[in-house]
Design a protein. Sequence first.
Length: 180
Amino acid sequence: MKSKLTAVVLATVVVASTAAAAVPASAAPVKAEPTRCHTADLKAGFATGEDARPEMEQTEKQTQAYIWFTNQSKRTCTLSGFAGVDMIGAQETDGTWSLARSSKKPEKMILEQGDTVDFSITLLPVGRSTPQKEKFVPAKFLVTPPNETEHFSLKWPFGGQILKQDGATHPGTYLNPVGR
């Protein structure tokens, strides 16, 4: 029994010293992968440039609004997935509408200090003549970054109305993943 135990100990010492010899002392340390961005790392807003404005005055097709996140921290971080978006309506009958997600696949976005990434919200605008019970008038958006619980409160700057489909299985208003 003693000779088997000695053989195991010797084999362990040989393997350990061989492994230690295989890694040169001058090897550079492995750089850690960036961790996810937290709400406190980011600032957010609506893209309001002329080419980013949703066409809320037309009512014949879907249009897009864009919300951006900028890494304001001093570290590199990642975003992956869908933001949480709750629209709060301007009418008493609107309430809060939690937007459904598209079927697009999220990609991992790496944000260095100062980098910005956005995501789109597809909207289905309706005309003013649409009955009030069928329209949602956006006033404020509560936007939660992916995998976070704290949100940003953004005032809706574009006006217009959206076809109210908050209970629909496949609504015409939905959000896409960050970076898409």
